[in-house]
Design a protein around this ligand. Sequence first.
Ligand code: ADP
Length: 477
Amino acid sequence: MKRILFVTSEAHPLIKTGGLADVCGSLPKALAELSQDVRLIIPNYQALKTSESVRFLCSVRVDNRNVNILESRMPESHLTVWLVDYPTYFNYPGNPYVDELGEPWPNNAERFSLFCKIAVEVAMDRVHQDWKPDVVHCNDWQTGLVPALLSIEHNRPSTVFTIHNMAYQGLFPAETAATLNLPGQLWHPAGLEFHDMLSFIKGGLVYADFITTVSPTYALEIQTPEFGYGLEGLLDHRKEFLGGIINGIDLDQWDPKADAYIAQSYSATTLAKKQANKAELQRRFSLPIIDSVPLFGLIGRLVEQKGIDLILECLPEMAAMELQFVLLGSGDKDFEKQLQELAALYPDKIAITLGYDESLAHLIEAGADSFLMPSRFEPCGLNQMYSQRYGTLPIVRKTGGLADTVVDSLPETIADNTASGIVFSEASSGALLEAVKRTLMLYSFPKTWKKIQVNAMNKDFSWEQSAKQYLGLYENL
Ligand code: ADP
């Protein structure tokens, strides 16, 4: 049995801004189910939701600050959660990283540096809990200083750093770095320094014993300039200690057989019942309630990564076709405005909801016929897996985890029952539009469509598979 300290800045259902939270909510639980001793450590944000009781565990002093550590549990689980409680830094409402206007909180470097330092105190058991982990598993830039700080400790646990998205690196001016009281020996170009800036993510990439990312294809892509953001050289240098493990999905949350958020449960053997969800989705979005019209869905952050610009370019032409399109998302204000304008122009075809809505996300997965995910890059992506589980065929661009989890519907893959969606290559609106047309064509053959739906629904995206691979990795460290 391994003792694993799981360090993260978000974990569903405590706090979530995206896929990172889904992974960090599920993987520790899946590891615990494999009989490992896992504890999760996370900042105690004001917006953090816990239904379990919280007790004071201990107090620790770093950088002349007294920080409390509270103990709770993951809702509906036995997993121990340690909350880093420092109200000056974490007792703000809303999003963990940005203010109401979407601007990063001005003291993010201080906030997450403190969080990392506390995680190190816990990892070295200087908090006297008689619990020292064998492995400290860190996630994304917010935790990047942990492997760096642990690298200079004696008798330290092993470290794993998982990249969920290379686009977010935690870069701060050197002057900010100077205020963080970091050990001087970490500050050099082969360390935390990146073009005169402090790079949190480099703490993970340089110093972790092993680096993982959330799909095998993305692990290769980030070693190239297109996806590496200037860190491709470092990643290539460390490639012996870099690998990809695809995320699972939480089947307790995402299963059309038992999903409290949807209008009608269904399975691969009762697919006809899916239609009730489509009708409810059309009703919710005030679209004509017609079963025969193919309904496309999209859920996600409205940022360039997700190919929202490609969608915007295609929508006028899509609106001329026999289809409907619903979108749930928030993000770039300019994208939001353009989407609103298109929805106003084509009220019978295009409908959008701006904002974050967990229950509506489930209804879209259940009610749509097809799910659009034309990402420019996608470390893993979860919605394409949810979609397959719900028999909602994903249209994806061939990149990262999308390439690893969706099998294009071609004559040979339809024949051998591996087809599970529609895949296109080029990041252009033309290629996306072709994929949409190909989807409409497939949809017009109900028997073939249903066959692909069943293939998709029967795929195994369980966390158990992924957790076993992580465990294998911990054992080899
Ligand atoms: P990323 O982590 O890049 O945002 P993923 O596909 O890995 O993308 O995960 C996104 C997760 O966040 C999914 O669970 C998705 O359903 C959810 N999500 C994103 N935007 C919204 C929204 N506006 N409302 C509800 N859920 C959302």
